[in-house]
Structure formats: structure tokens, C-alpha cells
Design a protein around this ligand. Structure first.
Ligand code: HEC
Ligand code: HEC
Length: 246
């Protein structure tokens, strides 16, 4: 009787003990497995980053890739922790896939279905490993940029850089990178003499192709351009000659 009583008390204890051991061993394996999965993702993310992003953001993520010259504005430094911590994982995936279509204040084309959502997440995993602490933020935050976009002049500048500067140059000197291949020379929009003859309405009409003009070389920006866009651009273009002052 005593012996069976003894067994009765010890037996469940032993089961509990064995169960705990099994759980402990399994969790070590599960952890290892999860870590290996993360490493795999980061590796895939790095490869996708090199394929899709490094041309503009540079291999290091600093934002000095060769494509930076073409976009007219410098791509963001993706290694700055202070900045990157202000953008959620979810937002990064959206930025990658839809770019300026979802975040109109961004001058970055989305890559759409070219990058599947899961690859987008791989890239996020990778990006989170390359950010380093460089102290407090030195550039406007993403939220601040979005706010500025609400100002017509700021919007005009962004549109101008995107749609006009390839030919007309960032400063408006008419010497953008795409001007080299053109027969006709893009007008110097920073020339006060020329610009004193053009009102904002003239600029709008020219952009939209409303005014008939002999030997037009410039593309017509038609339906895709809302009046708000063109007005904002025209106001900004007017400031170019004031800025250069010559
Ligand atoms: C054609 C050049 C180009 C490519 C390719 C590109 N980017 Fe960008 N990216 C930019 C530019 C330019 C900006 C800054 C936009 C601005 O100032 O409005 C930017 C900004 C960003 C931002 C910051 C957004 C914010 O709110 O400030 C993130 C994050 C980003 N890019 C991630 C990526 C990733 C990840 C890839 C690859 C899948 C990629 N980019 C590919 C040009 C590019
Ligand atoms: C593909 C190159 C190209 C792009 C992009 C381009 N332009 Fe032009 N633009 C030209 C050329 C070339 C001329 C001079 C010949 C002409 O008027 O077509 C010109 C002329 C002009 C003029 C002078 C019109 C006049 O009456 O003298 C204005 C104003 C102008 N562009 C504004 C813009 C604005 C604003 C944008 C952006 C929405 C833009 N351009 C985009 C090439 C371009």
C-alpha cells in the first residue's frame, strides 16, 4: 500500500518533468528554426534590394546611387535610423509597391506587381538591419514632408522637378539631362527677360498644349495633369527667374 501510494504521487510529477523537458527542447529547435527563417528573409531582402533599389539608393543604402541624378532629387538615406523609425514596415511595403501613387508627396515610382508583397516584406526585413544610429534627425521627417506637400508652391516644386526638370534643368537653365537628345532647345525658365513675357496662364496653356505654337518640341501634358497641378507648377516656374536673379 505504501509503495503504490508513493508511485501515485511520484508518477504525475515525472510526467510533468518529462513534458517540460520536451517543451524546452522543442522551443530551442523552434527558435533556431525561426532565426534561420529570419536569416533567409534578410538574405532574400538584400538580393531584392540590390536588384530593385540600389540603382537610386546606392548599394549601401545611403541614397547616392547613379539613378539619383536622373530623379533630380536625392533618394532618401535608408540607413538613418532616426528617419527610418518614423516609417512603419507596412508603409515601406506600400512605398516600394505603389510609390507616389499612394504617397503623392514622394518622388519615387512604385514598382507595382514587379515586386510581390512577400518580396516587399523581405526588403523591409533587410532594411531594418542596415539602419544605424546617427543621432537626432537632421532632415525633415516624412510627416513634415507630407505636410509641406499641401502647400501649392511646395507641390509645384515637386511636380516641376519630376516632370519638367529633366529637360528644363533643376535651376530652370534649360540644360536638363534629357535636353541633350532634343533638336529644339528647352526654354531657359530662369531667364527673367523671357519669363517677364509669360504669365502663369501662358505657362499653363503651353504645358497643356492649349496655345497653338509653331515648331513645338515640348510634349503636351494633357489629361493626366489636373489644373491644380499645372497651376502649382506655373507658380513655381515663375519663382525660378526670381531665384536666379540674373
Ligand atoms: C528611380 C529611383 C528610385 C528607386 C529605384 C527606388 N527609390 Fe526609394 N526613393 C527615391 C527617391 C528620389 C526618394 C525620395 C523621394 C522624395 O524626396 O520625394 C525615395 C524615398 C524612399 C523612401 C523614403 C520615403 C519617405 O517617406 O521619405 C523609402 C523607404 C524608399 N525610397 C525605399 C525604396 C526601396 C526599398 C526601393 C527598392 C524596392 C526603392 N526605394 C527604389 C528613388 C528611388
Ligand atoms: C521633353 C522635354 C521637355 C519637357 C519634359 C518639358 N519641356 Fe518645356 N520646353 C521644351 C522645349 C524643347 C521647349 C522649346 C520649344 C517649345 O516651345 O516647344 C520648351 C518650352 C517651354 C516653355 C516656353 C514656352 C514659350 O512660349 O516660350 C515653357 C513655359 C515650358 N517649356 C514649361 C514647361 C513645364 C512647366 C514643363 C513641365 C510640366 C515642361 N516645360 C516640360 C522641352 C520640354
Amino acid at each position: 500500500m505504501r509503495r503504490s501510494e508513493f508511485l501515485y504521487t511520484i508518477f504525475p510529477l515525472r510526467i510533468i518533468y518529462i513534458t517540460l523537458c520536451i517543451i524546452a527542447i522543442l522551443s530551442i529547435f523552434a527558435n533556431r528554426y525561426a532565426m534561420a527563417q529570419d536569416d533567409e528573409r534578410i538574405k532574400r531582402g538584400k538580393e531584392a534590394y540590390e536588384k530593385y533599389c540600389s540603382v537610386c539608393h546606392d548599394e549601401t543604402g545611403s541614397g547616392d546611387g547613379p539613378g539619383a541624378v536622373i530623379s533630380g532629387i536625392s533618394p532618401r538615406d535608408l540607413t538613418d535610423k532616426a528617419y527610418m523609425s518614423l516609417i512603419s514596415d507596412d508603409e515601406i511595403v506600400k512605398i516600394i509597391r505603389y510609390g507616389e501613387d499612394v504617397f503623392p508627396y514622394l518622388q519615387m515610382p512604385g514598382q507595382g506587381d514587379e515586386i510581390p508583397e512577400s518580396t516587399g516584406w523581405d526588403i523591409v526585413y533587410y532594411l531594418r538591419t542596415i539602419a544605424v544610429d546617427r543621432g537626432p534627425l537632421k532632415v525633415p521627417s516624412p510627416q513634415e514632408r507630407a505636410k509641406r506637400f499641401k502647400e501649392p508652391m511646395e507641390r509645384g516644386k515637386i511636380y516641376y522637378l519630376h516632370y519638367c526638370s529633366p529637360c528644363h534643368g533643376i535651376s530652370g537653365d534649360g540644360k536638363g539631362w534629357a535636353a541633350r537628345g532634343l533638336v529644339g532647345k528647352p526654354a531657359a525658365l530662369n531667364d527673367p527677360v523671357l519669363m517677364s513675357k509669360l504669365t502663369e496662364e501662358d505657362i499653363l496653356a503651353h504645358v497643356k498644349g492649349l496655345a497653338k505654337k509653331e515648331g513645338r518640341e515640348m510634349p503636351i501634358f494633357g489629361r493626366a495633369f489636373t489644373n491644380d497641378m499645372v497651376k502649382a507648377i506655373a507658380s513655381y516656374v515663375k519663382t525660378l527667374s526670381a531665384i536666379s536673379g540674373k
